[in-house]
Every structure is written in C-alpha cells, then in structure tokens.
Ligand binder design. Sequence first.
Ligand code: F6P
Length: 387
Amino acid sequence: MTNLDSALRVRGLRGGRVSDSTRAMKSMKKVGILTGGGDCPGLNAVIRAVVTRAEQLGVEVLGIRGGWRGFLEHDTEPLTRARTRGILHEGGTILGTTRVNPFQVKGGPERVEACFKAWHLDGLIAVGGEGTLSLAQKFHERGLAVVGVPKTIDNDLSGTEVTFGFDTALAIATDLIDRLRTTAEAHERVMVVEVMGRHVGWIAVHAGLAGGADVVVVPERPTTLEEITKVVLLRRAEGKTFSIVVIAEGALIQETDAQEAHLVLSNQQPDAFGRPRLGGIGAHVARCIEEATGIESRVTVLGHVQRGGTPTARDRVLAQRFGVKAIELMHAGQSGVMAALQADQIVAVPLAQATKRKAVTEDWLQVADVFCEGPDLSKNPPSGSSG
Ligand code: F6P
C-alpha cells in the first residue's frame, strides 16, 4: 500500500466503513443543512464535520442561510470543504440563524417542500434546539427526510446526555462568577448573577457548583424571596461578608407565601415561537434582597456572552461527533431522528423524544444543596431574618 493509499484509508476516503455506508444509500446525492434558534458555540464545528464527511460519502451539501428563513427567501450557499476550512474554533455560525417559523407564514410549509424539490435535496440536517427540532419533526411527519443535531447552551433536550454549547456556556459563566466573587468580597456585597437556560436550571446548577455559589435558584424548584434573604442574613451572622446568588432566567419566584410562584420578565414580547423572552429576574431579586436585608446588592446579567466566542475543546469534539453521525444517519436512509450522546456513544434517538424538555433532576439539586443553602439553615435560622 502506498503512503497516499494508507492516508486516504485513515481519512475514510478509501475502503473500510465508508464504502460499506456508500453501498447503504447510493441514491443520496445532496443534503441541506441549517442552523436555527439562538446560536451557540460549536455550530461551525458541526457544519464543517457534516461537509467533510459528506464529501467523503460523495454527497453535496447546500447551506440554508438564516435557519428556516433561507427556504422562504431562497437564501442558500453551496458548502464545500474549502468553504468550511478554518472555522472549527469559531463561534457563531457561517450560515446565520433566525427563529423564523415557516408554520407561521401563509403557505410556509409548502414553500419549504417546493424548495426541497427545486433544489434536488434528498434530506435536511437541522441543527437546533427545541424550537428548530420541533419544526424538523413536523417536516419529517409531512414526508421530508430530516435528521437533527442537538444544539443549545440550555441543555434542555431529552434523549441526549448533553447538547453541544452547554460546556462552553458553563465555562464562561464559571469564569465570570469567579470574577464577581473578588469584587463582591472587596465591597462586602451580595452579587446576584442571572444566567440563561430558558425554563431549566442546568447552567445555574452547574455554574453554581463550579463557581461556589451560596444560593442557586432554578425553575425546577420555585423559591420564595424569604428563603433567599435568609441565606444571605445567615452568612452575615456567621461573619461571611459577601454572598453569591446564582439565579436562572426562568426561575419561578414566590413574592409572599400567599402568592403563586411566577416568572419575572423585563420584556413582555414573546419570541417567534410564542415563547416568553426571559430575563429580568436578577435585577428584581437583587433589589428585594437589598430592601429586605439592608446589604448592598448588585446584579450581573451574563446574557449573550454565554453564547459567544470560541467553543471549548469538549464542545468542538462533541459537535464534530454529532455532525459526522447526522450525515451518516441521513446517508443510511434514516429520518425523524437526532444524533445524541448516551453513555459516551453517539446514537440515534427519535426527534419526537428529543424535543421533550429535560429538567434538572432532584439528585443534581441535592448536590447543590450540600454546598449552597447550608444544611443547618432550617435548624439555625438567623436572628433578624427579614421574612
Ligand atoms: O435557548 C438559548 C437561549 O440563549 C436561552 O438561554 C435564552 O433564553 C434565549 O436563547 C435568548 O434568546 P435571544 O437570542 O432571542 O435573546
């Protein structure tokens, strides 16, 4: 065997598994790929992986720009290995992304189907979170071949142990909590840190644990303002001069015992999927803590920095594994499935299962309880607690 032969074999271009899967679906010639919903680090790594593997399988890739909008506006870009070189480490997405929902546009689904025909697409790889993948499932039910890739910093998709983007968001949030700790300590303040995560508390629990937070508030466990201020006062009584409160944007707060737990939103306009635009709870809680305890309190909303910049090494690797699996699933003739991580293997799970919300489980909250609210709180309530 020549050096070139052996190099090509290692890269999957000759022999081995590639020719097996090539035999599996010879008819597949061209697939589309889109990135939809909020961006997250690792999207470009997925695109590059899909294009690289597709070229090895002899499949052409068409990039649909701006998520589902690209279908409605005929905004596409042929993707080649040359076009996707050098993007592995880049944040954002070379295809752009929107939350455009074709099912909310008159004749939208039919227009997407017409594009499929006109562009000679044999299938579509949809890289997205719950919103994008729910649409992918709908198109699968209408007869299009669609495979999903689980993207979101929120980590709220079922069927996969983790989504790509989550590890990067967690690393960013942890770094920022570390930075807030030093200034909180210097000024003897309460720092309320609002993190993203939509209706689940994966970022909050993980970043709270990694950043040594004193209180972690998540949607899975509605919390009263009294419970939060109690911890702050207890810490003061014990001589701890500052506190870090990590709060998920979708956390449910109960103002008083008589009131229902509710979201706090600074923007009342829903997004394109009709979902609430989260954000604003941190400022509310910081204000309430200061009023109740008299301790100077500040809020930092980590916001979109959690989604920006380069993906961590773990996310780059996961994104590439997902991308390779997605094109291989499509090439093998599968549809209505998503590439997923289970027990360190990349497997296929039904899209319909994946879009069910994955909430933080009780065991995670119990670990957070060990370090956060303090095991002795109920036995040892602080005197002068604000109530
Ligand atoms: O789903 C990802 C996410 O970043 C959520 O954590 C957050 O609530 C939302 O998107 C923010 O969306 P937008 O890009 O519309 O501000």
